[in-house]
Write a protein that binds this ligand. Structure first.
Ligand SMILES: [Zn+2]
Length: 512
């Protein structure tokens, strides 16, 4: 084809002028020519220079201008902002940077089946649906799970650890995603992560009392999947189980169980603080004094209110100590959650400088560091029977390795000493990070069993209580009784029509 044959006459520049592509600044004629050339897929200009050279040059330009491929992916989603029961907070738009397919689903998270019909993206590839519909809940739940996983993946990458945070069942042969069931437990006041089912399930229910009070009880129905905090909490169980599968077992020491529950609650707090607008809201609400009681410290308030409590299931702003908590995993978890929350408040107060920087930006930054610190310390802690002091010592080591000011270690040491995790060494000794790992002050008693009452649904699932062992031992006892009473060998069930007669063995029911 003749170069420039398809271009309109007005762009056929005369020979005594330089071709438009050689004009250094992008002039109007250049822009027009460039656009048309791209539209017509005509890679050379009408100037008459060497066709091959011109084509290669334009191709280079086009490649240089094309956005990187990942920008073609990513989806905007409309989701609940914090809890829908908090009046002033409604829906929010969020951007998920990775590829999201109909479902919504991606490589790591998928909708559970049977469940809500897959939600298709709109023409822009976005998942913007009507609130109070199953499609909205499917998108919201996916988005919170995705944001939680992304938050921790980023935390590790920022620390130089390239780890995709596998689910517990993932191997080189099994890359199944986590299945999410937003309506997985109809009429059940519960939500849980199940390893054996590779899923998260969320209940919905009409709160007791609301059914009698409301003319239409359905309007009072509570969907746990709509709670930002509950979805983040349950996703955290899945993330931690992928790292430390022994920690979720009910026969682990009470503090190990407490780490799992506390990680769930802290994840809800960290996920909220990974959002700039939430940081701003918290700073405004507390006047930058984080020890103030706010919705930040109340986890899962919607679920908590539905259960009859006014302040939510968990309150990170507490002063519980280990000796007060005993073997109750829920109480023990509050000790850890509360200590970490106080460390956050201390670090924020230290870093805050309204003259130089916006308080919300500082809170966003401090929370990002602390969540990475916690996750790295959990990873570094023992695979079995990890205790609070194990995680504390890892955090103290990591802040030193990171080159943080010594006062960071002092904040952590002090808050965990207040909670009786370690001895309080006094103000003078606190000025320098401890040279050797600290010894625990209050330990689980030898052989102490976890009391998981008041914990979330995950902690109460039979699969983590080794119930199979109980069932197996009951089966074994039954088999022994049968053997002792002459019921030996394999028994094939007689067909219903054949009634065994004394002294006559029915066909097909012989005992070996
Ligand atoms: Zn939990």
């Amino acid at each position: 084809m003749e170069p420039g044959a398809l271009l309109p006459d007005e762009l056929d520049t005369s020979r005594d002028q330089p071709p438009v592509r050689f004009i250094p600044t992008p002039s109007a004629p250049y822009q027009q020519q460039h656009r048309l050339a791209r539209l017509l897929e005509q890679p050379v200009d009408p100037g008459g220079e060497q066709p091959g050279t011109g084509a290669a040059q334009l191709e280079d330009e086009l490649q240089a201008e094309a956005p990187p491929l990942p920008h073609a992916f990513g989806a905007r989603v409309l989701m609940w902002k914090q809890d829908p029961s908090v009046g002033e907070i409604g829906t929010r738009r969020a951007y998920l940077p990775g590829p999201v397919l109909a479902g919504p689903r991606d490589a790591r998270i998928a909708p559970g089946t049977p469940g809500i019909d897959p939600v298709e993206p709109n023409a822009f590839g976005d998942f913007v649906t009507q609130p109070d519909t199953p499609q909205f809940d499917a998108v919201h739940t996916f988005a919170v799970v995705r944001q939680t996983l992304t938050m921790y993946q980023r935390a590790l990458l920022a620390a130089g650890l390239d780890m995709p945070l596998p689910w517990q069942w993932n191997t080189s042969m099994d890359t199944r995603p986590l299945m999410v069931h937003p309506y997985g437990l109809p009429n059940v006041m519960n939500a849980f992560y199940s390893r054996s089912q590779a899923c998260l399930k969320f209940g919905d229910f009409i709160p007791p009392g609301a059914a009698a009070a409301a003319a239409d009880a359905e309007t009072a129905r509570v969907y746990t999947c709509r709670s930002f905090d509950i979805v983040a909490h349950e996703t955290a169980h899945a993330v931690l189980d992928g790292l430390k599968p022994q920690w979720l077992q009910a026969d682990a020491p009470p503090q190990t169980g407490g780490l799992h529950e506390a990680f769930g609650d802290l994840t809800a707090i960290f996920l909220a603080l990974s959002q700039l607008d939430q940081c701003e809201a918290v700073v405004a609400q507390t006047k930058a004094h984080l020890h103030d009681k706010t919705y930040l410290a109340d986890i899962a308030e919607q679920f908590g209110m539905a259960l009859g409590g006014g302040t939510g299931l968990r309150n990170a702003d507490n002063d519980l100590t280990l000796s007060q908590a005993g073997t109750q995993v829920h109480a023990i978890s509050q000790v850890f959650t509360g200590a970490m929350y106080d460390v956050l408040a201390d670090m924020f107060a230290y870093e805050r400088n309204p003259v130089l920087d916006d308080c919300a930006a500082v809170l966003h930054r401090v929370a990002a560091y602390l969540r990475g610190l916690l996750l790295r310390a959990l990873i570094a802690a023992p695979d079995r029977a990890a205790t609070y002091v194990d995680v504390l010592n890892e955090m103290l080591r990591i802040v030193q390795d990171d080159g943080k000011p010594p006062i960071y270690a002092a904040f952590i040491h002090n808050q965990f000493a207040r909670r009786e995790v370690v001895e309080h060494p006094g103000e003078a000794a606190m000025a320098q990070p401890p040279a050797a790992p600290l010894a625990p002050k209050v330990c689980d008693k030898p052989g102490a069993r976890q009391d998981r009452r008041a914990c979330c649904g995950t902690m109460n699932l039979p699969e983590y209580h080794r119930v199979n062992r109980v069932l197996d031992s009951e089966s074994a006892a039954l088999a022994r009784w049968c053997a002792a009473n002459g019921r030996l060998g394999e028994c094939l069930l007689p067909s219903a029509a054949v009634v065994p007669v004394a002294g006559v063995e029915p066909a097909g029911a012989e005992r070996a």
